[in-house]
Design a binder for this molecule. Structure first.
Ligand code: KIV
Length: 272
């Protein structure tokens, strides 16, 4: 069912830039563990993001702020062991790159060395330019992330659409151009108006990957647990649910309880 224009055996940062040039959209999903990453990679997803959304999805925190560098490395190394084809991008967690460029580089090196990941992602624009440069100078590919940046949630106060006002839209465009000029291989735009996202994608030669940013960008990313319908409390307009796993899993677990209580499981064929 693939509509890929070229059969990539292994996705690299260069493949993504080539896909954009060839007008082939880029598919990206999150994974935080071996089993999920194996399925996602086997399905032909181009990029796997070990997102700091693991803080919410895996650990149940309200925000992405509490997750640590060690925890991100644990998730990333589990994902890396599963991968044959996808490019793996790992979020640098909150507090591991904002204070100074040397610390940013140390954090990125730890992710690359200890997990075997292929690249890192950072949130923010010109405020973190020096950190990005430092990481890039060490030969580590960097993906940017603008618009709704969940690590700054307490500065913004809400998870609503970003850059609706002229000033914020102008800064967003400038930051996107700066990320490209500095050497980032791609940029994520989260929850920004579709028209603005399209304009930015058209202005950049590096891929712009959207989440809640319309279809005028070069690719799409979703949180896997959301698109599978496992996280049923979360209903943003941009989210398409491909399954209702919350209901399906609940039904399966309830059936298991019933079977155990009724001594229907295990049956004769399910024992030694
Ligand atoms: O952490 C994450 O999952 C992300 C995506 C929402 C883009 O940054």
């Amino acid at each position: 069912m693939s509509t890929a224009k070229k059969d990539y055996k292994r996705i690299t940062v260069k493949s993504l830039v080539e896909m954009k040039a060839n007008h082939e959209k880029i598919s990206m999903l999150t994974a935080y563990d071996y089993t999920m990453a194996k399925i996602v990679d086997g399905a032909g997803i181009d990029v796997i993001l070990v997102g700091d959304s693991a803080s919410n999805v895996m650990a149940g925190h309200e925000t992405t702020l509490p997750i640590t560098l060690d925890q991100m490395i644990y998730h990333a190394s589990s994902v890396i062991r599963a991968i044959d084809r996808a490019l793996v991008v790992v979020d640098l967690p909150f507090g591991s790159y904002q204070s100074d460029p040397k610390e940013a580089l140390r954090s990125a090196i730890r992710i690359m060395k200890e997990s075997g990941a292929h690249s890192v992602k950072v949130e923010g624009g010109k405020e973190i330019k020096e950190s990005i440069k430092r990481i890039l100078n060490a030969g580590i590919p960097v993906m940017g992330h603008l618009g709704l940046t969940p690590q700054s949630i307490y500065k913004f106060g809400t998870y609503t659409v970003r850059a609706k006002e002229v000033e914020e839209a102008k800064k967003l465009k400038e930051d996107a151009l700066m990320l490209q000029k500095t050497g980032c291989f791609a940029v994520i735009l989260e929850k920004v108006p579709a028209k603005l996202a399209k304009e930015i994608a058209e202005a950049l030669t590096i891929p712009v990957i959207g989440i809640g940013a319309g279809n005028g960008v070069d690719g799409q990313v979703l949180v896997t647990h959301d698109m599978l319908g496992m996280t049923h409390e979360f209903h943003p307009r941009f989210l398409r649910r491909y399954l209702d796993l919350y209901t399906e899993m609940t039904t399966a677990f309830q059936q298991y309880v019933t079977d155990v209580k009724a001594v229907d499981f295990p049956n004769e064929n399910e024992q030694y």
